[in-house]
Structure formats: structure tokens, C-alpha cells
Design a protein around this ligand. Structure first.
Ligand code: GAR
Length: 194
């Protein structure tokens, strides 16, 4: 059985592209949908160019009503029936209710060595702290923000002259290696039912 993967993005979608490009040959999964909360997300055209269905569920008309936004997300997912949801630079906080529905089937990439630097501005915080090593993490999504069982991490040295931008660019290179490898591991596990 081929597993179906939906990928959520908010921006350029470089991680999403690395996931799409990895799901070939004997990979147990194939993409079924790229969803963005933002119609300007550059990743949408990259997914469409790869022949993957795209859709926008804009969070803005829902204002502070996260439950209504997530109901719209779930209605869309219902149509595409994914087995796995990958968050790939999806910059909306999801509620406990949504996460509970997808727990065990939803994974996320975060640009830090979790549990360090949950939330935003991870690279600036690592540099300010004087860390010598940064990196990225792929984990299962659970109700606490940027927590959940760790699937894997890659490290990147922090150089003396690094800025948040230069560090982010080097971490992103590792993200593009780590995320496809961890999706494969996660999908293999789901496919084998272990
Ligand atoms: C990536 O660095 C990803 O780790 C980060 O956003 C960037 C998205 O880039 N995600 C988060 O910060 C989530 N908390 P991309 O759109 O090019 O993949």
C-alpha cells in the first residue's frame, strides 16, 4: 500500500520540495497535496510544477477563530485522505484538538537542536547564547509546541562571524537532507505497522 502525504507550508517551501523530490521509486509514500495558509507562498508554484495538487486555506478570514480555521483544514484533508501530514515551514500554531486528531501521523521540521530554542528566531538565539553548534530536528507533532518524539537531528557548527542569516542558510542545507530521510523512516514504520 502506498502512503499518501500532505505537506503544509507557509512560504518558499524549500523543505517541501526536498520531500516531494524524495518520494520516488521504492519510497513507501507519494505526495497527495501541498496546502498553504498563505496564497502568496512561493512553494505553491513549485509543487504545481511538479504535478502535485495544491490548495490554499487562508487563516485570515477566520480571525482568532482557530477552531474554524482548523475545521477548514480538516475538510480539505478529508478530500485528499493523507496518511501522513508533514509540516514544512508551516507558521501557524495548531490547537490541541487538531493535533490530537493527527497525532502519530504528523511530523514537523524545526530549525534548532530541540529541546533548545522552541518557537521563533532560533538562529539569533543560538548565536546570542554563544552556542558553538546549531542544527535542525524532525519530530512527531504532539500538543506542546515543538515537542514530541524525536525522529532525528543534524548538527551544523556556528562560525565566529555567523549572522542569523548565514547560519540559517547552512542549517537549511541540512534540513533538506534530514527531512526526506526522516519522512522515509517514519513512512517505513507506518507502512510496516510497527
Ligand atoms: C525552515 O527553516 C523550517 O525549519 C522553519 O521554517 C523554514 C521554512 O523554509 N520552520 C519553522 O521555523 C517552524 N517552527 P522553507 O519554506 O524553505 O522550507
Amino acid at each position: 500500500m502506498t502512503l499518501r502525504v500532505a505537506i503544509f507550508i507557509s512560504g518558499g517551501g524549500s523543505n517541501m520540495v526536498s520531500l516531494l523530490d524524495s518520494m520516488t521509486s521504492d519510497h513507501p509514500a507519494r505526495p497527495c497535496l501541498v496546502l498553504s495558509n498563505n496564497s502568496d507562498a512561493g512553494g505553491l508554484s513549485k509543487a504545481a510544477a511538479r504535478g502535485v495538487a495544491t490548495t490554499v486555506v487562508d487563516h485570515r478570514p477566520f480571525g482568532a477563530d482557530r477552531a474554524a480555521f482548523e475545521m477548514a483544514l480538516n475538510e480539505t484533508l478529508e478530500q485528499y485522505q493523507p496518511d501522513i501530514v508533514c509540516l514544512a515551514g508551516f507558521m501557524r500554531v495548531l490547537t490541541e484538538e487538531f493535533i490530537s486528531k493527527w497525532q502519530g501521523r504528523m511530523i514537523n521540521i524545526h530549525p534548532s537542536l530541540l529541546p533548545k530554542y522552541r518557537g521563533l528566531k532560533t538562529h539569533a538565539r543560538a548565536i546570542e547564547t554563544g552556542d558553538k553548534i546549531a542544527g535542525c530536528s524532525v519530530h512527531e507533532v504532539t500538543v506542546e509546541l515543538d515537542e514530541g518524539p524525536m525522529l532525528g537531528q543534524h548538527t551544523v557548527p556556528i562560525l565566529n562571524d555567523d549572522t542569523p542569516e548565514t547560519l540559517a542558510a547552512r542549517v537549511l542545507i541540512e534540513e533538506h537532507i534530514l527531512y526526506p530521510a526522516m519522512l522515509r523512516k517514519f513512512a517505513d514504520r507506518l507502512a510496516s505497522g510497527t
